[in-house]
Write a protein that binds this ligand. Structure first.
Ligand code: HQG
Length: 185
């Protein structure tokens, strides 16, 4: 599988498993899982990828994905995206975990006034995504424009009773971050 094709499959899986399963008439359960058989069959019927998706390609993309975005169930028959879901599609359960003292959020410069007014909101996703290091935060923010990193006082937030979650791929998740815990980094 060349890099370009792997990326195309990864983007397609993100779309289907996070935001628009209905594109290929796929059903996701409450924890985000879909049957691999059904995903492959429906993908190939609708040829939404422009080529036939095989089991081998699917497994290779899951195993080699740069951000480990996908997870295959223990019984090997289902697949899901571990984070990033649109709220209207999936509301996964996560166990609250102890966060590091500080976390980061990479965003674009143009969103700063609004964020400093309303805090960090999940927008169309189920959670606000936070990063453990500034390098990752930078990469996330860059997608939206000129990067601005925000530092989150996660220690204080946790002490104040806010719950933090961590997806299987290490991405930190929280429902929202009030302005008082944010510092422009
Ligand atoms: C911003 C990618 C105005 C927020 C990444 C962000 C991540 C506000 C944007 C994952 C705001 C939402 C998620 C407010 C938040 N006013 N703007 N009050 N509160 N925002 O894409 O964190 O490659 O939904 O700062 O790497 O950029 O897809 O979230 O800029 O892990 O696997 O609203 O997606 O991963 O944008 O990215 P997004 P995100 P994947």
């Amino acid at each position: 599988l060349n890099e370009q094709k792997a990326k195309k499959i990864s983007k397609f899986l993100s779309l289907i498993l996070r935001h628009r399963p209905e594109t290929i008439n796929l059903t996701l359960d409450k924890q985000g899982f879909a049957y691999i058989d059904e995903l492959i069959k429906n993908t190939n019927q609708k040829t939404s990828l422009g080529f036939k998706l095989t089991y081998e390609q699917l497994y290779e993309v899951v195993a080699t994905n740069d951000k480990k975005r996908f997870e295959i169930s223990e019984d090997n028959i289902q697949i899901r995206a571990v984070q990033g879901h649109s709220t209207r599609v999936v509301e996964r359960d996560f166990e609250p975990v102890l966060p590091p003292d500080v976390l980061y959020h990479g965003t674009a410069h143009q969103f700063i006034p609004s964020i400093l007014k309303d805090g960090l909101l999940p927008k169309s996703r189920q959670y606000v995504h936070l990063s453990g290091d500034t390098k990752t935060a930078k990469a996330v923010g860059k997608r939206h424009g000129r990067v601005q990193i925000l530092q989150i006082d996660s220690k204080k937030m946790h002490q104040d009773g806010y719950e933090f979650y961590q997806a299987e791929n290490g991405v930190w998740l929280i429902k929202s971050v009030p302005v008082s815990y944010l510092t422009v980094y």
